[in-house]
Design a protein around this ligand. Sequence first.
Ligand SMILES: Cc1cc2nc3c(=O)[nH]c(=O)nc-3n(C[C@H](O)[C@H](O)[C@H](O)COP(=O)(O)OP(=O)(O)OC[C@H]3O[C@@H](n4cnc5c(N)ncnc54)[C@H](O)[C@@H]3O)c2cc1C
Length: 482
Amino acid sequence: MTRACSTPPPSPSPARARRRPSPNTNPTVIIIGAGITGIGAAYYLGLNKMSYTVLEANDDLGGVWHTHRWHGARCDSEFIKYSFSFKPLVSPYSLQNREQIHHYLGSVAEEFAILEHIRFNTRVTKVVFDTDATRWVVHTTAGVFTSCFLINGNGYFSDPYVPTFQDAEKFKGEIIHTSALDSRRTFLDQDVVLVGSGATAICCAPALSPVSKSLVLVQRSPSYIYESSNRAGLLTRACQHLHTMGITFPMKLLRYALQCKDDLIFVGFRGFPRFGRWFFKHHWSSTIDQETFQRHFRPRYNPWEQRIPVAVGLKEKLRDKEIVIKTGDIDRFTESSIVMANGEEIRCDVCVLATGFNLNLLKFDMYVGAEKIAVGGINFYKGIMLGGVPNYFHPFGAWHTAWTQRSETVIRFAIKVMAYMNASGFRTVSVDRRGVNFTPPLTSTYITRGLAMMPRFYGTYDLPAIDNIVSYRFNARSFNFS
Ligand SMILES: Cc1cc2nc3c(=O)[nH]c(=O)nc-3n(C[C@H](O)[C@H](O)[C@H](O)COP(=O)(O)OP(=O)(O)OC[C@H]3O[C@@H](n4cnc5c(N)ncnc54)[C@H](O)[C@@H]3O)c2cc1C
């Protein structure tokens, strides 16, 4: 039975850490991280009556929805897909902003009694699988914990990626990465240059422009951008309405239909790139002229080779000339400007870098016995188990659609594995270490930059609409049990 909540008021951002008792130090499962992955895992463990403790480095839950506070921070997956299947959000908007998602995750943790299992301000530094005791020993900044299983929801972003710019030290203004930007800041007397072309830049620009004297968006090369109205459609509203009346089936069906739509668009655009290019040209034709389109909106790659940023309000701001786009390499900084490779000089008091993050899938040291585990290049079965690492589940979300479209499914899959072990009296589960061929489905810069330290995925079609029905059927023969 799923329950819905409605659009929340802005989050009061309580210091949740201060008002909770200390959770179990030796549960069956330790979850690392209280982001959307960790909270989803906690829900399903609670549902299956398995004891668990969540270890969270920060003083609040939410992961990226707690820490990313820049102007315009929001999801660009429709929230009906991004929210948990067991807790739809009733809202007139199809996308939700950071505060709303943070509040949503807090409300899930409150409602399903997850909060009391979270140990805040507890950073995991090292985990060791004791092969004799067949238990994980988890070293943290707040002591040692042990458990039979680990579920790792530590996220995949690490430090901000800051490109090196020539003469940046001569610049008298401010250079700030979005990770350090607080949306309460205004720049009404300052010329702002926003550097980037991915989802962060496209979400940030329309929100940063009204609080800046001027805003220039500088991108090295164009991306495909899709502008959305951010209004929940009639069908969504009807399904939400039925849901609030206790008729939950239409909402589930709609969620699945949207998942199929995402997979179809992904496969369709990749299979028929000329159609994809035509689609985006048509999409922008009423907003910008042909020359502007060619210069700033015509990427070098084909549609859906990289994630497609979803804009809200960008068209209007471009039409009104409140945002100006410049495409090209930055040559250097001067004391008060940015000089492009073509010689054009852009006045700048504040340079906001929406240049993304480096990837890091494992934020602590991991050992199996005495062997240190390196995640780079290791086989990663169905986005859930690493080769040769027992009793360890690492739920990885979907690439081209909402993260939860896969992360939720793999968590349920992990629970089937644990339930089978419990019923059969097994103490360990693993998959063999082996070489697998792997080409990431997307070529986004942060993925290609971090490829060497990424595990090698296999065992699915990478299409949640199919995988969620076919690939996550539990088959005991796929694993080594002892
Ligand atoms: C602004 C923004 C917009 C996004 N929009 C979308 C979108 O529209 N659709 C989509 O699918 N994805 C989107 N993403 C990607 C997003 O990262 C994932 O959707 C998802 O939030 C990942 O959740 P997570 O819980 O796995 O990781 P995170 O949210 O990163 O949470 C990880 C948690 O683990 C904790 N942690 C890390 N290391 C340790 C440690 N050593 N010990 C203890 N705790 C630790 C962290 O403090 C954090 O709370 C967006 C990301 C950002 C930043």
